[in-house]
Design a protein around this ligand. Structure first.
Ligand code: FAD
Length: 491
């Protein structure tokens, strides 16, 4: 009596797609019954990301059902779940695409050791980033710290792997292991109405956005900084969840414009650069890359932080961005930079508090991208924005949302203000405010900080920081002196 071939476990994580999924293609090619599995092993996941994941998994489960297969859902420590599934099913092998966050790397290393120790084959694949973080090194053989040389090397060396066609059928096991329902991973999301209308999580939604890309790309360089127009791809949540393959995007985009002069591909390069940083500096989400910033005298200012979170700072571009984030789980990149700079440099609130708020409210929340970008804006990151680059929210608003279209979209209470005053309502004469129905301090807040004074305070701190020995006693002291010299402006 021929024994059934031992099934193969296909472990999906942030690669929730059938097309161009190397682990799926390899598992299907093996000829054994394939058991697709997803394990909820990320306890710290934010609410918006959890919302997206549930919908993307539901789309993937449907796609497997159309192949006569299933998606087995489990929850808990990945090692325990994998070992138990291997035992329940008598699996002979496991396939997965590599992930690069510190927790995931540790868990995967343990699982590979345990399974191989039990005689089960483990096949790791490369499917979720353009490069593998150990594969690119500087001429000195070290990890990259600066984006431009990293991007140059990546663009020179990168060759898109052969496309893996989505399988048309999957051999399934005689008996399926038990599965949770996706609802077990969900959370009640009364706040998600705005997200439901904005997004179509899953592979089909990602491909629909990809189809629209070429039309947008010609003027990507000009339009990508404009939140008032549809000038970017909005693919980030689909990339964060692997609804779409980054290699597929590259194949499409690089076809007509070489990487070196392709602004869009360069942004995909930033996504890989932040992953490179996180892999080589796993403390990126919690610790300043540049330890000089450890002495930075951040303020404890819960009221200011709450005003920022709710979009009630009195700076329209900041408030519009924070309302867009709360409503849709996404915010335009230029506005992310403005709101982050405002929190850190105008309010002197710790970048980690902003990172945590974004982590919970972004549908594209990604550990490397979030931490890498927050540190970039703070000036404490690798290859960060120069510390004296303190965005002026009002001039940024006039430059990137000149007619206030973005502000009006997200701040209806200011919709009737004329263009001249939409970026800075507090500068409007009383009769203009009256005609527009704006009552400062009532329908819309006064600015919670004087930007010019805040800028002076931040520059003094950064300057003292710059002159102090990194981490030396004098740095904390000089910091506080610089801050208090300025602080009486805000008491
Ligand atoms: P496009 O302009 O269409 O770019 C194409 C792709 O390139 C994006 O989908 C994204 O994957 C990548 N990309 C673009 N800009 C960046 C960037 N600055 N850094 C890294 N990758 C980039 N992006 C996330 O995916 N997850 C996050 O958690 C995240 N947190 C951020 C926090 C802050 C403070 C800032 C300033 C930026 C953050 N970003 C994050 C980066 C960026 O804002 C988003 O990736 C971008 O807004 C996504 O929109 P898009 O897909 O239309 O981008």
């Amino acid at each position: 009596m021929t024994r059934d071939p031992r099934p193969t476990l296909l472990w999906l994580r942030r690669d929730l797609r059938l097309a161009d999924n190397p682990a799926l293609t390899a598992a299907a090619r093996g000829g054994s019954p394939v058991i697709p599995i997803f394990i909820d092993d990320e306890p710290r996941m934010g609410g918006a990301a959890r919302w997206w994941r549930g919908r993307s998994l539901a789309a993937l489960r449907q796609a497997f059902a159309e192949l006569g297969s299933r998606l087995i859902i489990r929850q808990g420590v990945a090692l325990d779940q994998i070992m138990s599934l291997a035992q329940e099913t008598g699996a002979g092998s496991l396939h997965f695409n590599r992930r690069f966050e510190p927790r995931g790397l540790t868990a995967d290393a343990q699982i590979v050791t345990e399974l191989r120790g039990s005689g089960i084959e483990v096949h790791e694949h490369h499917g979720n980033r353009l490069h593998e973080p150990w594969s690119l090194k500087t001429l000195k053989g070290e990890p990259f710290r600066v984006f431009t040389p990293f991007w140059r090397r990546l663009a020179e060396n990168y060759r898109a792997p052969e496309r893996c066609a989505a399988p048309t059928a999957l051999t399934h096991p005689r008996a399926w292991p038990a599965s949770l329902d996706i609802s077990a991973l969900q959370i009640a999301a009364p706040w998600s109405a705005g997200m439901t209308t904005q997004w179509r999580p899953g592979e089909a939604g990602a491909l629909a956005l990809l189809e629209r890309l070429p039309a947008k790309i010609p003027d990507y360089g000009a339009s990508r900084d404009r939140p008032d127009v549809e000038g970017t791809s909005r693919l980030s949540p689909h990339l964060a969840w692997g609804d779409i393959s980054v290699h597929e995007i590259w194949r499409r985009l690089a076809a007509d414009t070489p990487p070196a002069s392709n602004g869009f591909l360069r942004e995909l390069g930033w996504r890989d650069f932040n992953t490179h940083l996180l892999y080589h500096f796993p403390r990126l989400p919690v610790q300043n890359w540049n330890t000089r910033f450890d002495a930075f005298p951040f303020r404890q200012a819960p009221e200011d932080f709450a005003a920022w979170c709710k979009g009630r700072t009195g700076f329209p571009i900041v408030d519009a961005g924070m309302r867009e984030l709360w409503t849709t789980g996404w915010m335009h990149n230029r506005v992310r930079m403005i709101v982050a700079s405002f929190l850190i440099k105008d309010l002197l609130i710790d970048w980690r508090d902003g990172e945590k708020w974004f982590w919970d409210t972004l549908v594209d929340a990604d550990l490397a991208q979030n931490a890498g970008n927050w540190q970039w804006v703070a000036g404490s990151g690798a290859d960060a924005a120069p510390y004296f680059r303190i965005f002026n929210p009002t001039t940024q608003s006039a430059k990137f949302d000149p007619d206030g279209i973005y502000i009006r979209r997200w701040l209806p209470e200011l919709a009737r203000l004329p263009r001249t005053f939409i970026h800075d309502p507090a500068s409007a004469p009383d009769d203009v405010l009256l005609n527009a129905g704006v009552k400062l301090g009532r329908t819309y807040p006064y600015p919670i900080v004087d930007h010019a004074a805040a800028r002076g305070r931040a520059l003094a701190i950064y300057k003292a920081l710059g002159s102090a020995d990194p981490g030396g006693a004098s740095s904390a002291e000089s910091m506080h002196k610089a801050a208090s010299r300025q602080r009486n402006l805000f008491s």
